[in-house]
Design a protein around this ligand. Structure first.
Ligand code: AMP
Length: 288
């Protein structure tokens, strides 16, 4: 497995792949790799001649009051994990290379970034995401790029950007990988104080409650959101950031649950922000 730390070397490697007509898959990550990330890498390794994983904690997507400094960084373990998942190249650029002092260009997807995490973290979060992903696409020139449904809004936003800016890349969205008890895997789970770990399931349990109520025939998004919100707020130590029932394509609130909907939420527990979501409609799916 090759480690590339300079933009120039990554560009050259990408040019060689293109010249050799080899397909490549890119898995953008911020490191602290877990099974969720590895599922994306394995999928890419199965579908492409070469798999590139970027490991870059992107300062542009954190606001000043967020956890950029305390975001987990586990470089040595990440390398071993990436290798075991069949990765060929780890691209690990420095922040000063990605954002030289005079850079002043960004990529912004407007409407889709307004709600959900865009509301709670600010649209600047997604501006940071789309800008860095656009830069990675230009540097790596992948045939396919792999993202997780865990960050459902991010996946929709990236797909919009690819269409709007005509990036020649196919976006593959992969299912959420969970711990045995159902907690969505996340690098931030490492920062959960152990006494808060059982409580971290509150959002998952609320989403499951929503799905159960839908199965029993409830179609009113307000009643559903209310019941799920109350389930979370039963624990006074949990801060509910948002919980919304939206169209999986437009991310706009649905008036009635008569088609597949995305139920997405974010909570803060013990100072750590966790997100999760399910896709469900009046005819299921009842499991994920
Ligand atoms: P991150 O390092 O958190 O920026 O995540 C990198 C990629 O891995 C994103 O496309 C995430 O959606 C995806 N990802 C993170 N956690 C999971 C998970 N539990 N299951 C599936 N994909 C995930």
């Amino acid at each position: 497995m090759r480690i590339i730390e300079s933009l120039e070397e990554m560009r050259e490697a990408a040019a060689e792949l293109a010249a050799g007509r080899r397909s490549s898959g890119l898995v953008p990550t911020m490191g602290a790799l877990h099974e969720g990330h590895l599922s994306l890498m394995r999928r890419s390794a199965g579908e492409n001649g070469v798999t590139v994983v970027s490991i870059f904690v992107n300062p542009a997507q954190f606001s000043p009051e967020e956890d950029y400094d305390s975001y987990p960084r586990t470089w040595e373990e990440d390398l071993a994990a990436a290798k075991s998942a069949g990765v060929d190249i780890v691209f690990h650029p420095g922040a000063e290379q990605m954002y030289p002092p005079r850079s002043q260009t960004s990529v912004m997807v407007h409407g889709l970034t307004r709600g959900l995490c865009g509301m709670s973290r600010g649209q600047g979060h997604f501006r940071g995401v789309t800008t860095v992903v656009a830069k990675l696409f230009n540097l790596v020139r992948p045939t396919r790029a792999y993202f997780g449904q865990k960050d459902a809004q991010q996946a929709v936003v990236i797909q919009r950007m690819v269409l709007d800016l005509n990036f020649p890349v196919e976006i593959i969205v992969c299912p959420i990988v969970r711990e045995d008890d159902g907690l969505a895997m996340s690098s931030r789970n490492r920062n959960l104080p152990p006494q808060y770990r059982p409580r971290a399931l509150a959002l998952r349990r609320a989403l499951e409650l929503g799905r159960k109520l839908i199965r029993e025939g409830e179609t009113d998004p307000y009643l559903l959101a209310n019941a799920m919100g109350q389930r979370i707020l039963m624990d006074s130590e949990i801060e509910l950031d948002y919980l919304e029932i939206v169209s999986p394509e437009t991310l706009e609130a649905v008036e009635k649950l008569d088609d597949l909907a995305l139920i997405a939420g974010a909570v803060k527990i013990g100072g750590v922000r966790l997100i999760d979501n399910i896709l469900v409609g009046p005819d299921g799916p009842w499991e994920d």
